[in-house]
Design a protein around this ligand. Structure first.
Ligand SMILES: Nc1nc(=O)c2c([nH]1)NC[C@@H]1CN(c3ccc(C(=O)N[C@@H](CCC(=O)O)C(=O)O)cc3)C=[N+]21
Length: 292
């Protein structure tokens, strides 16, 4: 078997084109969707994100305001800035890039963002709604992954989904979304014993561990759908996923490439969420982005 590659560049473009139309309608009502992105210090992955996201926003017609703070900013000061944007009615979405420097509590910052403006879907209130199967704001990476299943009509109900990684950003919300779609979900992590016994049972395997080429051909059930969430830099500075792509492509039925898979979808979902929040602000009923 040779896996079909799930093209995130192409799909994100499709989604962005649809968003452009929604932004046009908003603009006719005098609303410009506005997203504030806060970056503290110099994290490499975050810088790539800022750049790509800025480009996508421009194409869609979303105004993004990138705010950079030095890595020694205090928690108190950062909280004051968040408060200011919470209270600013022209701002529809606020995103603080993670990870944050040690002196700042990520939990405190995440909780400080108004849930209504939490485009990342990281606020405990939004996570709670997601786990109760009544989502208000969805974390962008797992939400982006769900778009592949919708677009390619890949069945989820009754499938064995195995997620490798239990981060708040990917693994946990991914588990909730798959469960909401009637999958049987297993979340594995660094303490899991005999990991590959689990991964080999997966009809859908989601790798979000942050270790280059961690999932090999022999860890994958023939015919599985494999989603590679990894964004690792190798020795040459090249971006490599958590999946050993070449080998796994020989056994999987579908596979997301890195780059050009999950990454662009994360950004497309961030755009979608921002537009949705702007629509809510003028009570335009949200229409789900449909890829069919
Ligand atoms: N609050 C918060 N929310 C995030 O969602 C968040 C964050 N903080 N901090 C940093 C990480 C990283 N992240 C990326 C998303 C897309 C690409 C992306 O577009 N990658 C492209 C291209 C990479 C390249 O240009 O080399 C690809 O995979 O094809 C990269 C990185 C979101 N993150």
């Amino acid at each position: 078997m040779v896996a079909k590659l799930l093209d995130g560049k192409e799909l994100s473009k499709e989604i962005r084109n649809k968003l452009e139309q929604r932004v046009k309608i908003l603009k006719e009502k005098g609303i410009i969707p506005k997203l504030v992105v806060i970056l503290v210090g110099e994290d490499e992955a975050s810088k790539v994100y800022v750049r790509n996201k800025h480009r996508a926003a421009e194409k869609v017609g979303i105004k993004t305001i990138d705010i950079k703070f030095p890595k020694n900013i205090t928690e108190k000061e950062l909280l004051l800035h968040i408060k200011k944007y919470n209270e600013d009615n022209s701002v529809h979405g606020i995103l603080v890039q993670l990870p944050l420097p040690k002196q700042i509590s990520e939990e405190k910052i995440t909780c400080a963002i108004e849930p209504e403006k939490d485009v990342d879907g990281f606020h405990p209130v939004n996570i709670g709604h997601l786990f109760m199967n009544n989502p208000h704001s969805l974390p962008c990476t797992p939400h982006g992954i769900m778009q592949f299943f919708e677009k390619y009509k890949l069945p989820i109900a009754g499938k064995n989904v195995v997620i490798v990684g239990r981060s708040n950003i990917v693994g946990r919300p991914m588990a909730a979304m798959m469960l909401n779609n009637d999958a049987t979900v297993t979340v594995t992590h660094s303490k899991t014993k005999n990991l590959s016994e689990f991964t080999r049972q997966a009809d859908i395997l989601i790798a979000a561990v942050g270790r280059a080429s961690f999932i090999k051909k022999e860890d994958v059930k023939p015919g599985a759908v494999v989603i590679d969430v990894g964004m690792n830099r190798n020795g040459e500075g090249k971006l490599v996923g958590d999946v050993e792509q070449k080998g796994v492509a020989e056994v999987a039925s579908y596979l997301t490439p890195v780059p050009g898979g999950v990454g662009p979808m994360t950004i497309a979902m961030l755009m979608e969420q921002t537009v949705k929040f702007a629509e809510r602000s003028v009570q335009i009923v949200n229409r789900k982005v449909s890829n069919s």
